[in-house]
Design a protein around this ligand. Structure first.
Ligand code: 2AM
Length: 176
């Protein structure tokens, strides 16, 4: 064992067009609430947060990803909201598509079977746009952003002085 751990999570990563639109929505939210914007290239939707794992457990996570079936779907991001407890402002979906709910359910099932701690709270699909917001956002509907989701990824989070950086460790295409 090397003792080297990685902080990882399963996520959906948008393509350039969706990321740009989310980043613009982040500008609008920032004008209202201030705080720290998520950089365009780091915008994502977390499916399952894992935390720090050893290289051995990382291999187990890849095995989990390998056995989880995903089908392509469209996620319509159409609302802006925030959470008071952690002062984040996010883009969310009024409707969680069944294939997304199913993907998260299968992922959590496989994670649990492999001995990983899973989230017990209901899945709340969101893309964090602002952190450390100074004020609460007025929750509202926004011009919908249709995100065609064609797969999911296992991502490593690297903390630097410039903020979080992310590295995709593995990607799985939906419907294959
Ligand atoms: P957030 O955007 O709502 O803060 C990488 O840090 C990703 O994992 C982020 O999308 C973050 O969600 C999520 N995350 C970080 N720590 C978490 C935790 N303890 N529980 C659940 N999700 C977490």
């Amino acid at each position: 064992a090397t003792g080297k751990t990685s902080r990882v999570f399963f996520a959906l990563w948008p393509g350039a067009r969706v990321a740009r639109r989310l980043h613009e929505l982040g500008a609008e939210a920032h004008a209202e609430c201030a705080g720290r914007r998520t950089r365009c290239e780091t915008l994502h939707l977390t499916l399952a947060f894992i935390g720090d794992v050893s290289p051995q457990r990382l291999a187990d996570l890849i095995a989990v990803g390998n056995c989880v079936e995903a089908t392509p779907f469209t996620l319509r991001l159409d609302c802006l909201g925030g959470w008071r407890h952690n002062r984040i402002v996010w883009a969310g979906a009024q409707i969680c598509p069944a294939p997304l709910a199913g993907l998260v359910e299968r992922l959590n099932g496989a994670l649990e079977a492999a001995g990983f701690a899973v989230e017990r709270r209901p899945f709340a699909p969101h893309v964090t746009l602002l952190r450390k917001a100074h004020t609460q956002v007025s929750a509202r509907c926004v011009e919908p952003i249709d995100w065609r989701v064609g797969g999911f990824a296992l991502v490593e989070s690297l903390q630097t002085s410039a903020g979080a950086h992310y590295r995709t460790l593995r990607e799985w295409r939906a419907g294959e």
